[in-house]
Write a protein that binds this ligand. Sequence first.
Ligand SMILES: C[S@@+](CC[C@H](N)C(=O)[O-])C[C@H]1O[C@@H](n2cnc3c(N)ncnc32)[C@H](O)[C@@H]1O
Length: 200
Amino acid sequence: MTDDWNNYADGWDDNSDVRRYASLAFTTLDEYLDIRGKDWQSKCVLDFGCGTGLLAEKIAPHVEEVVAVDTSENMIAVLKAKNLPNVRAVHGNILAGDVREVENGFSGFDLICASSVCAFLLDYSGAVAVLAGLLNKGGLFIQWDWQASDDDGFGLTTHQMKTALETARLGSIRVERVFEINSDAQTMPVLMGAGIRNKE
Ligand SMILES: C[S@@+](CC[C@H](N)C(=O)[O-])C[C@H]1O[C@@H](n2cnc3c(N)ncnc32)[C@H](O)[C@@H]1O
């Protein structure tokens, strides 16, 4: 899944389900980390697969900077047009190392968020390992994804999430169903997965 997302960029923010997902992700993030508290004001956050920045724009007022990365040029263009003061919108594939900031040694994030991204990746487990390596020691990786009913279903299972977080050597792992989106007479559960880079 790469450039196909370009086709969704224009109407993305008009989709009430997408806005609700981002809003509920932010609520769970705040419940978990107290992201609106003063401890976060000097922290640097990576929003991986940021899309048009629906989550980034909620986090940004409470932290030093949000680096928002996406492989879709059109999604990044929509985000850039918002001119959010402390959001740096970056187009590129951070996993393949073709983002200039990463080539220059860019890392050191206190928090990495991935909202509805990981289930679309070809190598989810490998991606979490790369992202975990961009965290500061003690930094947190957090993701939200549709919950799959089994290993072959769309989304991720609790087991798949736990395994990927463990494989990335993250600690204090938490995986749980945090909210549901009701759309077209369907109820779709969302899993949150989180883990902390050890201070070793
Ligand atoms: C379902 S959208 C979610 C967008 C946004 N996080 C939100 O919640 O509105 C998935 C996004 O992941 C992006 N994406 C897919 N693969 C990616 C990758 N390897 N690196 C960065 N972004 C990626 C897509 O371009 C798309 O914008």
